[in-house]
Design a protein around this ligand. Sequence first.
Ligand code: ADP
Length: 671
Amino acid sequence: MSEQDGKVAGELEPMPSAADAGAVPAQEQPGSPPSAEKPQPERRESKARRTGAEKSALGKVDRSGGGQRTRGGKEDGKRAATHRKRQRVMVDSSKAKTSLEALKISIKQLNWRELPVGRRQPCDIYWHGVSFHDNENISSGQVNKFPGMMEMVRKVNLSRTMRTMHELFPEEYNFCPRSWILPEEYHLFSAQVRIAKENDSSWKPTFIIKPDGGSQGDGIYLIKEPHDIRLMGSAQAKPCVVQEYIPKPLLVDKLKFDLRLYVLLKALEPLEIYVSREGLSRFCTEPYQEPNAKNLHHVFMHLTNYSLNVHSGKFIHSESTNTGSKRTFSSILGRLAGRGVDVKKVWSDIISLVIKTVVALVPELKVYHHAEIPPGRPGPTCFQILGFDILLMKNLKPILLEVNANPSMKIEHEQEVSPGVFEHVPSPVDEEVKVGVIRDTLRLVDPVQRRCQIQLCQVRLLCHRMPLVPADTALPMQASSSLLLVSSRWAHFKRRDPNDPGASQLPSLCLKQVFPKYSKQFSYLRVVERIAVLFVRFLGVKGSMRLGPTAFRTFIRSCKLSSSTLSMAAVDILYIDITRRWSCLATDQRESGMCLQAFVESFFYLAQRRFKLLPLHEQVVALADLCDRHLEALDERRLQCGRGAVERRTALASCQPGRSSSPIHTPEPQR
Ligand code: ADP
């Protein structure tokens, strides 16, 4: 990590470590909340709790009726119950797939309503197991997937995205292993490895090959030499990523392990990111040795995937959170703290990695979002839980292995209970972590809370504008009473309805906000996002994700980027060159035109030409500033023209004989 990284990381809030880390108050520790606060994973228990609480709610109605169950009291109780039922948040779980079990438990704990078969009327939340499109034509509510996320985190795309960020900020984006994209970069890869070996004869690298779109370790293998890559003829070659293999991972019990952390991307605009304080550590099942010709094929030694290691005879199904082949992350931190490791620093570095990765993903997600749900059209809002796979190096530096758009939310596993007999048995470690993540995601996107917050903001805004409103209008009174009303609703929400049995017993959130909380440290990295905003502005056609040649010319003209040294003919050639190259790389070739990545490349090119002596990111920022200035001026001119046109039209209308300004008289049609 760079010095700057260290500084940034050092300033972040440390993760409360496991009990033996002893650095934070007990109630803050992940995975070990006080028993009273522990989420209740047992479905039966949740039901029992709900029944009890419902009884107590009824009891309340009785008591208010003077201890007697009067008819009115009964009806009031019934009405209140119906009202509560109607108010309960509805979650469509019909497309939840493998996350269904964990989702069901979460909904029960919150005392919300599950709609297991969906329904025709709009729902508050749609829980999808795969992608944004699992349910079609959703026009309101919230969906737990962003359009385009699956495509963005595929291995090839993620490598490209991280590479762009590394180009701009090499010091900050140094947490991904060096990668090449095959087959297109095979020769580059071979040449770079050869040169590096010539320069340093002691360098004996290993590389890991990962097929694009693969998961669960499928098709992954290790090589020592570039010519060992199993490339078919380039026409059939499937895209994959070749990466430098991290030869010295941190070991626990002599085993390699990785971390699965859950990250909630709650909103793109404004950007909101939460990180789960608890995660999973997945262990290899064969003691680790640095790769050599003999052990290169030992998947149980080198690959930490659960789906692979579960088939090794040495896989231990965890009985508790700190034993076996799948443990909680906090239990690892506890072990590390016991070894004297600065776990706060480790956690801060991880948060830093997460924020930087999400910052890298956001620009293209915004383009997908704009294409899928264009502004002004009805559509749902989105949020998404991502699974971050992170490897700790021996020196404790976190390395990003991959991002999963659909992290497994299964809370049970298949186990051979007697020879040849398999059963699905609950996995306590999975349940503890995953139910917490889903439940707290739901709490954070709670539509009731959202509505309250939005109303409160609106009314506050109105009250702020009060001095501008003439004193004789009735608005101030209305606004202040609205503010009172909404504030009291909000306060009520914050106190949580005592009749809501789930809410009062829930533990504190396991998801912690990291953005905008740490926006000051990371906002300067959001440069590509500015380019994406420009890209979207010039896209023009609704639903499109590609820029046509005319739109590119309009961009150049509007931002006044052509000059005596960059003619419009040169601009056209630039467009054709870059677009053609990126079109060859695109997996989805249905749409023609310039994709965001190609636009970013041309933007870098234009920035480098214009601001020669600066480092790349300063060149790009300078060009983005320039574009913004020109576009603002253009908007201002258009606004004035628009205003002028309206004024001219009004003036013209009032000059016409027989036309008064109000009401507008429509002449009778001539017979
Ligand atoms: P998949 O999506 O198929 O699980 P990953 O990128 O997560 O692919 O890789 C699978 C496993 O391989 C990881 O869990 C990790 O144990 C190991 N691995 C992946 N990349 C590297 C690397 N660069 N260095 C060392 N180990 C790696």
